[in-house]
Design a protein around this ligand. Structure first.
Ligand code: MTE
Length: 325
């Protein structure tokens, strides 16, 4: 499965990202030399140990069946996927979510599902997940994100969950909301976004089998910095649609307000479909660089709908995607 993270970050973020990449390259180059001389140095500089590649923790989802849409591409290292994140509730730096989320408690957790549906309910996480068992519903997904990464997600189709709440015929969109708790989420004490983080999908997008609710990655339970205990993954859209640490799912009649569209409407549209032909006002979106390729590697061509056109293009038939970006 290909999933793209956006070049969707404010310009202030771009320089730190380049610096971050250079620093990583420098550390890797240093590690290569030093690791030979000293295992302690290798540990310090973070060479590609087995734990760096596949993760250090227990792997309850290791045997989850592989999703048919998974890519054959080599996964990004676990270390990169879990230390280079966007989760502004824990700070705006890429390493802030991993550093600042220790005190965050993703259990116990409950999710409210309401709005235009016949069976609204607020369910403890285990009750919400129970019908979606490992045996038949949790898939291992390998994904590409746009700066970009290949992540083996563990998740199940959001549509399966939504159907249980029986949306009414008036439901046209789905709104998602992240936990609001500045005591646990220090980034919410600053006004960098209009909290809580919100996202939205059209109902048909939300019901599409490629729209995934993720509960894990690399066979492990979802780490806090990646959106524990429950986050969205929408493979044909830029990464900011993938809202983390969801506490509420609401069926609505009107298009819901979303965090980035509210913050900068000219830059971040509601649809946010990966589209190399529509530039962000401040940068082209035609090419991407994959983390782990190194700064000298050529950039890759970005694919329309992240390569999922065959599956999802029909959802947008007749729409002007330069207008509905
Ligand atoms: N969800 C919440 N609640 N807060 C955020 O700041 N950042 C978004 C998205 N979901 C964000 C969020 C952005 S901009 C991106 S690119 C992805 O999460 C990054 O997900 P990852 O760090 O797991 O790769």
């Amino acid at each position: 499965m290909l999933i793209r993270r956006p070049p969707d970050i404010p310009s202030s973020e771009i320089t730190p990202r380049e610096l971050y990449m250079k620093r990583r390259l420098f550390l890797k180059a240093g590690a290569a030399g030093l690791a030979a001389a000293s295992p302690a140095a290798a540990a310090f500089f973070g060479g590609d140990s087995e734990a760096d590649r596949i993760g250090p923790g227990p792997k309850p989802y290791a045997d989850a069946p592989r999703h048919p849409a998974s890519t054959e591409e080599e996964p990004t290292s676990y270390k990169d996927a879990t230390t280079y994140n966007n989760f502004y509730e824990f700070g705006t730096g890429k390493d802030d979510p991993a550093r600042n989320s220790d005190a965050f408690e993703p259990r116990p957790w409950s999710v409210q599902v309401d709005g235009e549906c016949h069976k609204p309910a607020t369910l403890p996480l285990d009750d919400l997940l129970r019908p979606h068992t490992l045996e038949d519903r949790v898939y291992r997904l390998r994904c590409v994100e746009a700066w970009s990464m290949v992540i083996p997600w563990v998740g199940f189709p959001l549509g399966d969950l939504l159907a249980r709440f029986e949306p009414t015929s008036a439901a046209r969109f789905v709104e998602f909301t992240t936990l609001l708790d500045p005591a646990q989420m220090p980034g919410q004490r600053s006004r960098v976004l209009d909290w809580p983080y919100r996202e939205g999908l059209r109902l048909d997008e939300a019901m599409h089998p490629l729209t995934i609710l993720a509960v894990g990655l690399y066979g492990e339970v979802l780490p806090k910095q990646n959106g524990a205990p429950l986050r969205l993954v929408v493979p044909w859209k830029y990464g900011f649609k993938s809202i983390k640490s969801i506490v509420r799912i609401r069926f609505v009649r009107e298009r819901p307000a979303t965090a980035w569209n509210t913050s900068a409407p000219q830059e971040y549209g509601f649809y946010s479909n990966v589209n190399p032909r529509v530039s962000h006002p401040r940068w082209s979106q035609a090419k991407e660089r994959r983390i782990g390729d190194g700064l000298l590697a050529p950039k890759r061509e970005t694919l329309m709908f992240n390569g999922y056109g065959d599956q999802v293009a029909h959802l947008y038939a007749g729409m002007d995607l330069t207008k509905h970006f």
